[in-house]
Design a protein. Sequence first.
Length: 359
Amino acid sequence: MARLTIKGISKSFGATSAVRDVFLDVEDGELVCLLGPSGSGKSTLLRMIGGFEEPTAGNILIDSKDVTSMPPEKRPTGMVFQSHALWTHMDVFNNVAFGLKLRRLPKADIRERVEQALVLVGLADYAKRMTTQLSGGQQQRVALARSLVLEPKILLLDEPFASLDQHLRERLREEVRDIQQRLGITTLFVTHGQDEALALADRIVVMRDGCTEQIAPPDRIYRQPETEFVAGFIGSMNFVRTTVRGGVSQHAAFALSVPVADGEVVLAVRPEALSLVAANGMGGGIVHRSIDFGTHKIVEVDLADGARVKAMTSSNSAWAKGASVEPVASAFRAFRDNRLVHESGAIAARQNDRVFGHA
Ligand SMILES: Nc1ncnc2c1ncn2[C@@H]1O[C@H](COP(=O)(O)OP(=O)(O)O)[C@@H](O)[C@H]1O
Ligand SMILES: [Mg+2]
């Protein structure tokens, strides 16, 4: 059980600022996902927490103890990397036991703890197997057991399942969540997959260019993105560029009240917050196509300015290609220079509330 505090951490490699002035508190037993595009500094931040990289500035505290310059093996952290470096000349048991042997634990204790760790990751019957005889998913389970057996207070996972296929990845992440909850272990999980972050995290840290764009629970990240980048990075989003004059958007299809100073803004509207009404060709849009997902439909609409927006409708809506429609936004957020300048309405708590509400 441990609490992690990151105070103004930065890391530069020569002229590259990999991580810039990051502040983050992770509560005891919390699972936090670091989410961001490739090169946004996720691994560098995690490696600094694990002690594999020394920060250029800032401090890292675990349970109020400063560990900033402590070597990895002295920290109460365990790290699992994307590519598991397992020892190929050792069987599964010895791979998992390795760290405990270094710590010179009695043989009987080592056996007991390794067996427990193998049960935890679902490999109880594989102790005698050589790691070369394991599938990719099983190898990652061994890597996880090897970390867990040392009973770290904080578990650090850097895209541990990125090399596995979708189905296996989903199963393993559910198992990790299950183990994490059972052990109550404070966990940081790096991913570039939004689905993974939404499915796993108590809170998500969205990173971009070494900075944190937003730190919030998954539903807030989805419904109340604080920057244009976050709005576009998670889930499906319509962006409409428009000019505001006298507090009103000048866009023909989105003539909305936007009480901000005159100038350019980007309106962000979720497909589920966009509904369609029949129009007579005046200023609205033309239905390009309608895609039936069974539970709902996505109707693509071409606007006069060339932009295409998506509206989520009930599964029994019947908008024909070429129909003249007017998009109506029940909720939107306006951004200027990536910053939120105005919000209006709220996105329904669950997509289906809205879908079936319209059926
Ligand atoms: N050892 C290193 N030497 C030089 N540059 C590095 C090193 N590690 C990372 N970087 C740079 O730091 C930035 C962040 O990298 P990284 O933390 O790996 O991002 P992510 O994990 O989000 O893909 C990138 O521009 C990357 O090229
Ligand atoms: Mg990385």
